[in-house]
Design a protein around this ligand. Sequence first.
Ligand code: GUN
Length: 281
Amino acid sequence: MILDGRKLSEKRLEMLRETIEESGLYPRLATVIAGEDPASKLYVRMKQRACERVGIGSVGIELPSDASTGRVLEAVGRLNGDPDIDGILVQLPLPDQIDAARVIEAVAPEKDVDGFHPCNLGRLLSGNPVFAPCTPRGIMTILEEYGIETAGAHAVVMGRSIDVGRPMAILLLNADATVTICHSRTRNPADETLKADILISAVGKAKFVGPEMVKPGATVIDVGINYDEHGRLCGDVDFAAVQERAGAITPVPGGVGPMTIATLMENTFTAAKLRACDPVL
Ligand code: GUN
């Protein structure tokens, strides 16, 4: 079975558009980007287009590639204090001279629609998330919508980043899975991945996951965005070979990526609803 993230995201965005329309709210998302990285610029444009589609206003702040940490903090501070802004997204990665951790911690937790602030990651760890990071939350939606049982399942997450691997593991744990995290120092990843009912790869290496790492019938979720030796977009998973063995699999493109954006829209609406209930938040 192909897990069609594009189709599912279309459905979720349409549902959200209707919900926002009925709510009478006009949520607004601010995106902050520093520098000229073409991939980051493309992602931000895709996020802004999704905003337009569902009835969320978007404000784009563009800073030069040599911007200082102070300059980014100043922009974030202004957006924190702007009553017309519900959500703030600082596109990562930031240029090297910028202290990304300081910037992430500067975003007001109630506007942190990326869910990267330690306060939101802590809430996730406590089992009561407000904003969970968009990529892993979008993956949970795929599993839920396709009826893939997490309770009691053995889930193996490859990668331990703050934006994907770690929050993914916690979301799966909160959904009653037995979770293993593999990372670059794991001695023999295949020993772990072969036990996975649900295998999530977020390692960033083209065709890293071959069929010899996959248990027959497993659900395989590919978070990778890589380019193969011919310059073609591909995930972490050798799709053609693994498809034969897996029970369900996400393609790249058209799997996890569109769900990340749909979840960002959902988080932004959540932020707007929370602020509408309690404007002093
Ligand atoms: N860069 C790659 N993925 C993401 C994401 O989900 N959020 C932000 N802010 N930057 C990213």
